[in-house]
Design a protein around this ligand. Structure first.
Ligand SMILES: O=c1[nH]cnc2c1ncn2[C@@H]1O[C@H](CO)[C@@H](O)[C@H]1O
Ligand SMILES: [Zn+2]
Length: 405
């Protein structure tokens, strides 16, 4: 029997009763502002954030106006932001992905890409993110004549400007790019080669994204085998809208370093002799002694494969019922290599602070848990080991220590 990792009585808390570093605040009814501020000030690391899913609504309106894009579903920033959140709330990944047509439309020029990239860095830095991997699919930005190289260089220029401005504003951040290939398309080897060509110029790795059902990871095996021969890093969106076969292929056929979402790994976990999905409410708070891992789930945990989990996004696409009942809390207690991410800040109306705040408020997470997932994320980042260590030791640990004091 594995050692019990958490006391049996830890139940998800809804609203009030928030916990700061494992203790309740002095006045329970008055801790929400304190914890929100603590979470915002805490150093955060983000591995899974789509550049084309994180635009400011105002920027979309302004660029659309400049380039004469007339198909926006709303004319002012506020209603446009609401439109994205509501449309993405469909319960289906395919419908969720349709909203990207409008963000991609304003990201077809070097100027547009650079602006979006710069602003995303500033927004993340202002939210307390100190390290981010930002992903996008270069093949989706070619409709106005840019080459793949033009796209990567424009985004990199925006990231560098954003980093400079953020440092000047007293919120230093390091941002690196992941190049995504779309899983329904046939450009993955070309994009993998692009990622390797720019590996020393701001690109840290590769990913595949898009509709999961019907497009298994092995469809892109050539790209993954090429990347492995090149000693390059990659993650795969798997186990979000499709279950275990997708995760198994991503790891055991393709050799993914990390999993994007991976939330359906719970399909290989039995809790109280029942499938996770049979009684999610009981499973998510179950005693870890009552949990049995199948071979794939055990492999993922044993080999410390990082899970890039995105609670709000999963609720919107129907991959999870709610943040309170999201499998991330059980996986955290089972000590999987769990990380917390935003996925698409625009479509979910979210930020790292909001995702973390929701886990505290709705699922009973503590600041200690947030520190743990932040260190998990830094350990799993695609930048070199000593640079990861420098951020953990020089930024994350002191940042949390200062909050605790
Ligand atoms: O959660 C997701 N699952 C699968 N694909 C996604 C998700 N979020 C965004 N994209 C897809 O990735 C592309 C490049 O950034 C986006 O254009 C979108 O189609
Ligand atoms: Zn994603």
């Amino acid at each position: 029997m594995p050692a019990r990792l958490q006391p049996r009585d830890r139940q998800p808390r809804r609203g009030g009763g928030r916990v700061i570093f494992g203790r309740k605040g002095p006045d329970e009814s008055d801790t929400s502002g304190v914890i929100d501020e603590q979470v915002r000030r805490a150093p955060k690391a983000l591995l899974h954030d789509h550049l084309d899913g994180g635009l400011r609504p105002q920027t979309i309106v302004e660029i659309a106006d400049q380039i004469g894009y007339a198909a926006l579903p709303a004319k002012d920033a506020e209603s446009l932001g609401a439109w994205f959140r509501e449309s993405a709330d469909s319960g289906s990944l395919v419908r969720y992905l349709e909203t990207f047509d409008h963000t991609l439309a304003v990201m077809q020029t070097a100027e547009g890409l650079k602006r979006v990239a710069r602003e995303s860095v500033l927004d993340l830095a202002a939210d307390g993110v100190v390290y981010a991997e930002s992903r996008y699919a270069p093949e989706q930005h070619l409709s106005e004549g840019l080459s793949l190289e033009d796209v990567v260089e424009a985004v990199n220029a925006g990231f560098r400007e954003g980093e400079e401005q953020a440092a000047k504003a007293g919120t230093p951040i390091r941002v690196t790019a992941l190049l995504t290939a779309m899983r329904h398309a046939a450009k993955s080897t070309e994009i993998a080669e692009l990622a390797v060509r720019y590996r020393d110029q701001g690109v840290a790795g590769f990913d595949i994204a898009g509709a999961e059902a019907g497009f298994p990871p092995t469809r892109h095996l050539d790209a993954f085998e090429y990347l492995r021969r090149e000693n390059a890093h990659f993650t795969i969106h798997a186990g979000e809208a499709f279950g275990l076969p997708s995760i198994w292929e991503a790891i055991q056929w393709c050799g993914a370093d990390r999993l994007g979402h991976g939330v359906r790994i719970v399909d290989d976990i039995v809790v109280n002799d029942k499938a996770f999905g049979d009684d999610v409410a009981a499973a998510v708070v179950a005693d870890t002694d009552d949990v049995h891992l199948g071979r794939l789930a055990a492999y993922v945990r044993d080999t410390r494969i990082p899970l890039e989990m995105c609670p709000s996004s999963n609720v919107q696409t129907g991959a999870a019922e709610s943040v309170a009942l999201h499998p991330i809390s059980l996986l955290k207690r089972l000590r999987f290599r769990v990380t917390v991410n935003t996925d698409n800040r625009l479509m979910s109306g979210t930020s790292m602070s909001r995702e973390m705040g929701l886990l505290v408020q709705d699922a009973g997470w503590t600041m200690e848990d947030l520190r743990w997932v932040t260190i998990n994320a830094m350990k799993s980042a695609f930048i070199p080991f000593e640079e990861r260590l420098a951020i953990i030791e020089g930024v994350v640990k002191p940042g949390y220590a200062a909050l605790e004091g």
